[in-house]
Design a protein around this ligand. Structure first.
Ligand SMILES: *Cc1c(COP(=O)(O)O)cnc(C)c1O
Length: 434
């Protein structure tokens, strides 16, 4: 048997038929240049991470655990310097006590805003979970309850910033601006770091003292630059997404201007204590090693996203971003206009997972959603979306959002398996696969 046949046989044993395998191979062959460009970004970011670790003298002692108050925790303090260095901030807060991305964002907002201040989102509606943090949906402990008001300026129909609207919305109360880099579950393009920079310059031109925060979730290491280099004062993200590299089992980070980061620390622990306390509880090695792997894990996820975009685009489905567009986060959506196809896709992703591959995802009524939701995730870390995962609400237009993949080959297998499930149920136009 030739090498090609051997590989095809291996996939066949895992349930991928010859037609699906060969269609995938054809698509993959056309992506060499895209993949090469991702590799270059990953190489750049890998060197950036290593340089930061060397400069701050990461050593074996940094992986020791602390408990109790966690005073003088060398591993924690060094890690925060490494994050600050990597993301070009003055300081960073990187903690297992930050439970998720929403918590990190809530900390950054609740600690830097005071009663009477106003928060502005100049890029439309923020991520769903932030609605309750802000008080767009009434919620206990929201910014609104503390007397912080909110304004929003939507993007223009063509996706551009509404500069006039933003200028009019800024007033003497405006203290902070929140800019979400990734589109999340909204239908708008993800913002490049360059576009974020233009928006921040515009705002700082009107009022240089406004604190510009970027929700950096899913964006880390996708480009060579991060938003702090484009003028943001704060960036915020989750460690079970990009920067945890799949190894961090929990956590979030805030990086940027020293004063803003310290405010967040005083809110996370206590006034007077700030960054000085917070035991690292044995997490440090996974945080360091995850950050070290993050550039190549993000690289794998990007390859998977572009592979899927090209596969499903070739089959006639709407994909966002499209197969050729430049990438600014790791999220890919595919619109099926058909609940069975959406379900089949998720079942394929699940069936290809290293964990829980024998489980069949079924749509269910998740709290907070007005329709059933289907999810596929066979992850080592619960809810980790840097691992290959897919989800979406089971309602028109039946769009699935998927992301992640710790390795490119697993992402590829997952996407082939998703197509296999559609193929078996005659939910794709087989003529397009020749
Ligand atoms: C995931 C995400 C969040 C929230 O993070 P959780 O860890 O799920 O709480 C916020 N904003 C964006 C853009 C995200 O993608």
């Amino acid at each position: 048997m030739s090498d090609g046949q051997r590989m095809r046989k291996l996939y066949e044993n895992l349930g991928i038929c010859r037609e699906v395998y060969e269609f995938g191979s054809k698509i993959e062959r056309n992506l060499k240049e895209r993949f090469l460009a991702f590799d270059e970004t990953a190489e750049y970011n890998q060197m950036k991470v290593i340089a930061a670790m060397q400069k701050h003298r990461v050593s074996a002692e940094c992986f020791q655990t602390t408990n109790g108050y966690g005073y003088n925790d060398l591993g924690r303090n060094t890690l925060e310097s490494v994050y600050a260095e990597c993301f070009r901030g003055e300081d960073a807060l990187v903690r297992p006590q930050i439970t998720c991305g929403t918590h990190a964002l809530a900390l950054a907002l609740l600690s830097n805003l005071r009663p009477g201040d106003e928060l502005l989102s100049p890029v439309g509606k923020p991520y769903d979970t932030l609605e309750e943090v802000i008080g767009i949906r009434p919620s206990r402990g929201s910014l609104l309850e503390y007397g912080v008001t909110y304004r929003q300026v939507d993007l223009l129909p063509d996706g551009d910033f509404d500069y006039d609207g933003i200028k009019n919305a800024i007033n003497e109360k405006t203290k902070m601006v929140t800019i979400q880099r990734s589109k999340g579950y909204a239908v708008r393009p993800t913002l490049s770091v360059e576009r974020i920079g233009k928006l921040i310059s515009f705002i700082k031109n009107i009022r240089p003292d406004i604190i510009c925060m970027t929700d950096n979730c899913y964006g880390e290491f996708v480009e060579e630059k991060e938003p702090l280099e484009a003028g943001a004062d704060l960036i915020v993200g989750s460690l079970i997404k990009n920067p945890g590299g799949g190894l961090a089992p929990v956590g979030g980070y805030i990086a940027g201007r020293k004063e803003c980061v310290e405010n967040a620390a005083y809110r996370l622990t206590s006034p007077g204590l700030g960054k000085e306390v917070g035991a690292s509880l044995g997490m440090m090695q996974s945080f360091y090693q995850g950050l070290f792997l993050a550039p190549s894990v993000v690289n794998a996820a990007l390859k998977g996203a572009v592979f899927a975009a090209n596969i499903y685009e070739a089959l006639g489905f709407d994909v966002l971003p499209n197969g050729a567009e430049s990438r600014h986060d790791i999220i890919q959506s595919v619109t099926f206009h058909n609940p069975d196809a959406m379900t089949a896709f998720c079942r394929g992703i699940q069936a290809a997972a290293p964990v829980d591959s024998h489980v069949t995802p079924v749509p269910w009524a998740m709290p907070g959603y007005d329709s059933d939701v289907i999810m596929a995730a066979g992850a080592f870390v619960q809810g980790s979306s840097i691992e290959l995962s897919a989800d979406g609400p089971l309602k028109p237009p039946y769009a699935v959002y998927f992301q992640g993949g710790l390795t490119w080959h697993h992402a590829k297998f997952g996407i082939l398996m998703s197509l296999q499930k559609l193929y078996e149920q005659n939910l794709v136009n087989k003529d397009r696969m020749c």
